[in-house]
Design a protein around this ligand. Structure first.
Ligand code: CDP
Ligand code: CDP
Length: 225
């Protein structure tokens, strides 16, 4: 039985969601959708336009005329805004430290959730974010909530940065992660929270391969039901 399922992966910053989601999607030949990249792309364009990030009216008008697309890439998926590649730009510090503000705007969430549901409609999807299991794909057959200690997550980000030649002190990364988690968990509209029917996996001392295998087992289990 190789029924194409919807796989929802949520969790706090740097828990490993996008890394494992991409690998799981490849393993099952599913489509992978990084919803965080959509919030980041919206934030990048708003910053470039010089909008205040609480100016929801301007950001919504902008978003209505903004195309966000993905293309498969070697190490990570490539992200395009209005045809321009922004894969690296959306990971920069000023986007990272402002994205939670934009993601708390209810109109922005409504529009992006709509787009995400359209992407998922084809079936056979792995989608990662904060509200996938609770809001975007509430009927997903496989729901995973990935967590890891904040020290481990800061170290993972530190290593990612080092590979890119970026140096932000570990303590600062830890503080930024904690602040973003707090904002994401306390916003009014679809905050980060584990869906009741999600399986929580603590990845603190797991390898990427271990996590991919654990999620794959969940998929295979549900395929045979
Ligand atoms: O990869 P990282 O954990 O840094 O974050 P991300 O998945 O790229 O998401 C960036 C930000 O977008 C999050 O901190 C949330 O504020 C927002 N987001 C969201 O609100 N809902 C989602 N489904 C995905 C991301
Ligand atoms: O998407 P999210 O912000 O949750 O995490 P990510 O962007 O996938 O980053 C996680 C980082 O931790 C990557 O550099 C992974 O190589 C590393 N990592 C992991 O994802 N899972 C583990 N079990 C161990 C390390």
């Amino acid at each position: 039985n190789d029924e194409k399922l919807q796989v929802a992966i949520d969790g706090p910053a740097s828990a490993g969601k996008s890394t494992v989601a991409k690998l799981v999607a490849a393993k099952f030949s599913y489509v992978y959708c990084d919803t965080g990249a959509m919030y980041r792309s919206t934030t990048l364009k708003a910053l470039r336009n010089g909008y205040k990030l609480d100016d929801e009216a301007s950001i919504l008008k902008m978003l209505a005329n903004t195309e966000i697309t993905f293309k498969p890439g070697e190490k990570q998926q490539k992200v395009f805004v209005d045809g321009e590649e922004v894969t690296n730009d959306i990971r920069q510090e000023n986007v990272t430290n402002n994205v939670s503000t934009v993601a708390s705007l209810s109109g922005v969430r409504k529009e992006l959730v709509n787009r995400q549901q359209q992407i998922a409609a084809a079936g056979g999807i792995v989608m990662d974010g904060r509200d996938i299991g609770t809001t975007v794909l509430p009927d997903a057959k496989v729901k995973i909530f990935l967590i890891a200690s904040v020290d481990e997550r800061a170290e993972r980000r530190f290593k990612d940065n080092a590979e890119k030649g970026i140096h932000v002190p570990l303590e600062k990364l830890k503080q930024e992660i904690e602040e973003r988690d707090y904002k994401d968990s306390h916003r009014k509209v679809s905050p980060l929270t584990k869906a009741d029917d999600a399986k929580e996996i603590d990845t603190t001392s797991m390898s990427i391969e271990d996590v991919v295998n654990a999620i794959s087992n969940e998929i295979v289990k549900k395929q045979s039901v």
